[in-house]
Design a protein around this ligand. Sequence first.
Ligand code: HEC
Ligand code: HEC
Length: 172
Amino acid sequence: MRERRPQSVGRHGAVKALCLGLALAALVILLARSNASADSSGDGLILVAAATSAQETFNKQCGACHMAYPPEFLPARSWKAITGDLRHHFGEDASLDKATTKAIAEYLMANAADRAPGAPASLLRGIGPDEAPLRITDTPFWRSIHGNIPDSVFTRPEVKTKSNCLGCHIAN
Ligand code: HEC
Ligand code: HEC
């Protein structure tokens, strides 16, 4: 069956969504910097270290097998569920120690679709309040954009799977 393509997903909103990960990453660092200069006691510097290291930890650990997916593509409850069972992660054991898992979970939840300031509402469209999709590729947002792409494109050797965003998209 062919998927319906809801008109409410504007191309503009979607483009914004893809750029969001980077925009937010820059914002976190900027905020941390301004705190550091405003706070002469030195606490600000600790904040800089904490803000960057959570993101770096996420990039390193969650980018080991696939790209580090931008947190804005799933609601906080999805990230909670994903980080809550890393031992059984899509057929792989992606488990990490407690402290690392906690830092990553907090980073992902703080920057999630329902928490990140300015995240387009379309990212959450069609996801019920009790639903916590474990895949970006299962969300109505993602499916509506990619619904017209034939399966044969996803199975090409350079793509292999829907989850391989960078098989088709360029990271910048
Ligand atoms: C040991 C390898 C490995 C590590 C480490 C890993 N993952 Fe995954 N992840 C996978 C596999 C395998 C899949 C399924 C890919 C597929 O279906 O093609 C996946 C899929 C996902 C998906 C769903 C992608 C989609 O289809 O929308 C998300 C979200 C995800 N991982 C998040 C994370 C997060 C967050 C971390 C870090 C805590 C992480 N992963 C670390 C192996 C890993
Ligand atoms: C088979 C190739 C392919 C894969 C894999 C793929 N995409 Fe796309 N994606 C496309 C194409 C083609 C479009 C443009 C669709 C259109 O405008 O009709 C697109 C559009 C988008 C858009 C809308 C903004 C834009 O750049 O046009 C977003 C956001 C997006 N994809 C995110 C993702 C994410 C996140 C993943 C991985 C979970 C992913 N895509 C995986 C092919 C792919």
